[in-house]
Design a protein around this ligand. Structure first.
Ligand code: ZN
Length: 96
């Protein structure tokens, strides 16, 4: 995973893409409309994944972008989730 994964992870972090709580996902041929993950067109030769969410909204992904989104959305820690490790705060030593 490279640039596409990073793009999608960034979109999730910024709130431009939701995390992967969806009601259904269906696959079909692309309709040449832009992918919500990488912003490239999903051409008919590509497999398009349509993801539906509670409330009726939907997103369109390339098959690879769908996979990247699922991985990235579980990798982005939401503010409400407990941190597993607390970074130690390192204070600068005062020079007397
Ligand atoms: Zn894509």
């Amino acid at each position: 995973m490279g640039a596409t994964y990073d793009t999608i992870r960034d979109k999730i972090a910024r709130g431009a893409l939701p995390r992967s709580t969806y009601t259904s996902a269906s696959m079909g041929h692309g309709l040449s409309a832009p992918c919500d993950g990488c912003d490239e067109a999903v051409v008919p030769a590509d497999t398009e994944v349509t993801v539906e969410f509670p409330g009726g909204s939907a997103l369109r992904f390339h098959l690879d972008c769908f996979g990247a989104w699922r991985v990235a959305s579980s990798a982005v820690v939401a503010p409400s989730e407990p941190m597993t490790t607390t970074p130690r705060r390192v204070l600068p030593r005062r020079e007397e």
